[in-house]
Design a protein around this ligand. Structure first.
Ligand code: EPZ
Length: 441
């Protein structure tokens, strides 16, 4: 199993290219099940989760082909190795529509597998999807997905750990409320929107998620021939069509990767130039970091990040988009561990998402949890230690803390980070971080 060894204390300086968005590419790959003909996707990152989704839709009768990357490699920082042009386009073509089952072995590795439920029901009238199990970040039911698809006319039962859905005839559009106790559901909105694209009549999704990933999927569906309005707002209108055809689409930049690198610049008191970013996708993040004292300037698709040594304490509560994303909560906490005073972080989306707290405290942080809230007493310095990655974003927070801690930090189980960050140690090393991947049998 791979681990990272990080020697802290270097200021990051240089350019990093942001990859395409994992959380946009995953549901979009599932949405390709809806189309006749070939879809070509650009900017799909190379990640283990993407490989899992490609395997899943492959088992569901899709031919998936990744072209070799084209274009010139990116120059690395002074004397650092050049960065290869990231990725070639991905072609996806449905060649066989007999299969309807998403097996446990794949679903257990990646919850986003649930995104095939809507497209399978709409296009093939049947779906057997293993119920996603427990998750390190907390309770993650899929009841809103099922309820939304039921309202379109699908019938469901659960059997031997599987959700089995069937449609008699065609799905039928209707007006529905899709919100839950913690607010809107991102993948739930996309799942129902995909199904409604081929339903009979109009569907109105009220309480829909407004995340950029929802908009990106809607944009692809529209290129495929769907009739969708209001995506990016809490009310999405979908007029069903008889068929969708393959299209070409570029995946949006990964706003969570971008946010992670912005915080990397701030925590190391560095200066980074981040390419291929959309700051409108991070407006609440910029707001909080501005309060902390991080300077973020943008020029076209590039942003320049620098920070003062003094980090102000702040309060932050995670919220659905455009609020502060839960997927950057752990990374911001790592930064606030070095704040000049007491900060308060409240997690409203996944109230138990605090597995990073114990590990940060092992590195000398002073974080106390009270229910869905963490109180962070800033410290002057953190120390390197051996720590354990527990989930994707918690592991990113440990990498950030390791880069500023005194001495060496060893992070085990970095397979968690490979699920959502493309070549993170290479990107960070290219701007001066002392980080290496080690593999011990
Ligand atoms: C997406 O998950 C992201 N995953 C998550 O990122 C992200 O944390 C989350 O949205 C919130 O922004 C992908 O895009 C692959 P939700 P999703 O449904 O759609 C509750 C990462 O680190 N809920 O919006 O599964 C749920 O428990 C991952 O990249 C129900 O109660 O999240 C949560 O409290 C982690 N019933 C809230 O809604 C449902 O049927 C929001 O979850 C669905 C959700």
């Amino acid at each position: 199993m791979d681990s990272f060894l990080i020697r802290g204390g270097t200021r990051l300086k240089g350019k990093i290219e942001i990859s395409g968005s994992k959380n946009s590419a995953l549901p979009i790959l599932a949405a390709c099940l809806l189309a006749n003909g070939k879809t070509t996707l650009k900017g799909v990152p190379r990640l283990s989760d993407i490989d899992s989704m490609a395997k899943l839709i492959g088992e569901l009768g899709c031919h998936v082909f990744r072209h070799e990357p084209g274009g010139a490699p990116q120059p690395g920082a002074d004397g650092q190795p050049p960065m290869p042009a990231l990725n070639g386009p991905l072609d996806i073509e449905v060649t066989d529509e007999k299969q309807c089952e998403a097996r446990y072995d794949i679903v257990k590795t990646m919850r986003a597998s649930i995104c095939v439920l809507g497209p399978l029901l709409a296009k093939r009238g049947r779906a057997v999807v293993s119920i996603p199990g427990g998750c390190a970040i907390g309770d993650r039911p899929v009841d809103l997905h099922v309820r939304g698809l039921q309202k379109l006319g699908a019938e469901f039962r659960t059997e031997n750990g599987n959700i089995i859905g069937e449609v008699r005839g065609r799905l039928k559009g209707c007006r529905m409320y899709l919100g839950g106790a913690q607010g809107p559901t991102v993948l739930g909105t996309i799942n129902v929107m995909c199904a409604a694209a081929l339903a009979d009549g109009e569907t109105v999704l009220v309480g829909a998620a407004c995340e950029p990933e929802v908009v990106d999927c809607a944009e692809l569906l529209i290129k495929m021939g769907a009739n969708i309005k209001g995506h990016g707002t809490p009310e999405i209108r979908i007029e069903g069509v008889d068929q969708l055809v393959g299209a070409e689409h570029r995946i949006i930049p990964d706003r969570i990767e971008c946010g992670t690198f912005i915080i990397a610049a701030a925590i190391t008191n560095g200066e980074l130039e981040l390419k291929n970013c959309n700051l409108d996708h991070l407006i609440a993040v910029v707001d909080r970091l501005d309060e902390v004292g991080v300077k973020i300037e943008r020029q076209n698709g590039t942003i320049f990040v620098s920070s003062s040594r003094r980090l102000n304490p702040v309060e932050m509560t995670t919220q659905p988009f455009p609020g502060f994303p839960t997927d950057l909560q752990a990374q911001l906490m790592a930064l606030l561990c070095l704040g000049d005073g007491m900060s308060v972080v409240t997690e409203r989306i996944f109230p138990d998402r605090f597995l990073h707290v114990g590990e940060l405290n092992r590195m000398g942080a002073r974080v106390r949890k009270e229910g869905p809230t963490a109180i962070i007493q800033g410290v002057k310095e953190m120390q390197g230690a051996s720590v354990m990655a527990s989930d994707l974003r918690a592991s990113a927070a440990l990498v950030l803390a390791g880069m500023v801690a005194r001495g060496t930090t060893r992070i085990d189980r970095v397979y968690h980070i490979d699920r959502g960050y493309e070549k993170i140690e290479q990107k960070l090393a290219a701007v001066g971080a002392d980080i290496q991947r080690v593999n011990e049998k």
